[in-house]
Design a protein around this ligand. Structure first.
Ligand SMILES: [Zn+2]
Length: 341
């Protein structure tokens, strides 16, 4: 139960300062195709930024080398080496040991990312889930700033989330609170990347939308001509292919977008009922690809949530693609649970 976590464990003032805000912190985000490094100054200001393309198939050492190179390029000199390094990754992590337990996009299992990076950078590296890091950034300086109850829903290739409840970022018993992408929305439904079936992200995440599109085209080739023309072949159809074809008026793509909106609305209604946020922040590549999903979700929350929850505002994330690296840096600099100053 995520609701009982993160509260009452720490004597720290709920409004306590997250470390020294003037102390520059290094933040790194490791994605499936790219690593981003930022040097974070006071009040969420990014002092320097760098990114590198990575080929995850070359294995963890190659990715960690690229991350360390990006990190070194944002540090002004060896004497200015930051005391804290935060690293976010899309997957389940154990922050106490710095281990990535499972990251499907990187095909990593039990990778000791924290120690690998610490050795290269000469400073302790704190590992955090990317949705959690991005939520911390949006809560501190973005769309959730000034609020005590926020849920950030990240709809990208998969779906991740993280909750701020009563002014605290929820952690969870095993550091996985807010993994709503694996909340079943269709009993016995589509197979997921996790052991379950019918998960939210298997329908409304980027890979879920792409997989539903491929299936629809294989079932009726005549309806899928436009999608195949755009992608080159059926297996190359992505969520972005569907959005582009829908914008051009293709009937199958438009139907897939309509259905995706319904699934996104179903999952969001469940999240808002469960967590009762004042604001639901929506971000990620699927929202960037089809921005009208925000109003679809807003309408569903207003009309289908139980009365107190239905008052939640539904807004877009503000900090963009750097939010996980910014949040990882801020979390490494200070408290794990209190808002950054
Ligand atoms: Zn799942």
């Amino acid at each position: 139960m995520p609701g009982r976590t993160g509260r009452g464990r720490s004597p720290r003032n709920r409004r306590g300062t997250a470390g020294d805000p003037d102390d520059p912190a290094l933040g790194i985000d490791i994605g499936g195709t790219k690593v981003v490094a930022v040097l974070l100054g006071a009040h969420g200001r990014v002092l320097a930024r760098s990114d590198r393309i990575v080929l995850s198939r070359r294995g963890p050492d190659a990715v960690v080398d690229a991350a360390a190179a990006a990190a070194r390029s944002v540090v002004p000199g060896p004497r200015a080496r930051p005391r804290s390094v935060g690293v976010s990754v899309a997957g389940q992590v154990d922050p106490s040991t710095g281990t990535v337990l499972y990251a499907p996009n990187l095909r990593w299992r039990h990778v000791r990312l924290g120690p690998l990076l610490s050795r290269r950078l000469g400073a302790p590296a704190h590992v955090v889930n990317d949705a959690r890091a991005a939520t911390f950034a949006e809560w501190s300086w973005g769309a959730g700033a000034g609020l005590d109850d926020v849920f950030c829903l990240w709809v990208g290739t998969g779906i991740g989330g993280s909750a701020v409840v009563d002014g605290r970022l929820l952690e969870g018993g095993l550091h996985a609170a807010g993994e709503v992408g694996h909340m079943p929305i269709v009993s016995g439904g589509r197979r997921c990347t996790c052991p379950g079936r019918g998960c939210f992200e298997a329908y409304a995440g980027g890979w879920g939308i792409a997989s539903r599109a491929c299936e629809a085209v294989r079932a009726r080739r005549s309806e899928g001509v436009e999608l195949v023309r755009r992608a080159g072949r059926i297996s190359a159809i992505r969520a972005e292919t569907v959005f582009g074809a829908a914008r051009a008026g293709d009937p199958l793509a438009r139907r897939l977008v309509l259905e995706s909106g319904r699934y996104l609305a179903d999952g969001s209604v469940a999240v808002v009922n469960a967590f009762n946020p004042r604001t639901l922040v929506l971000g990620g590549g699927v929202l960037d690809g089809w921005p009208a999903f925000r109003s679809v979700v807003a309408r569903a929350v207003r009309t289908r949530c139980q009365p107190p929850a239905a008052a939640a505002h539904v807004v877009r994330a503000r900090l963009g693609d750097d939010a996980p690296a910014v949040g990882a840096a801020a979390l490494a600099r200070g408290s794990r649970r209190t808002r950054a100053e």
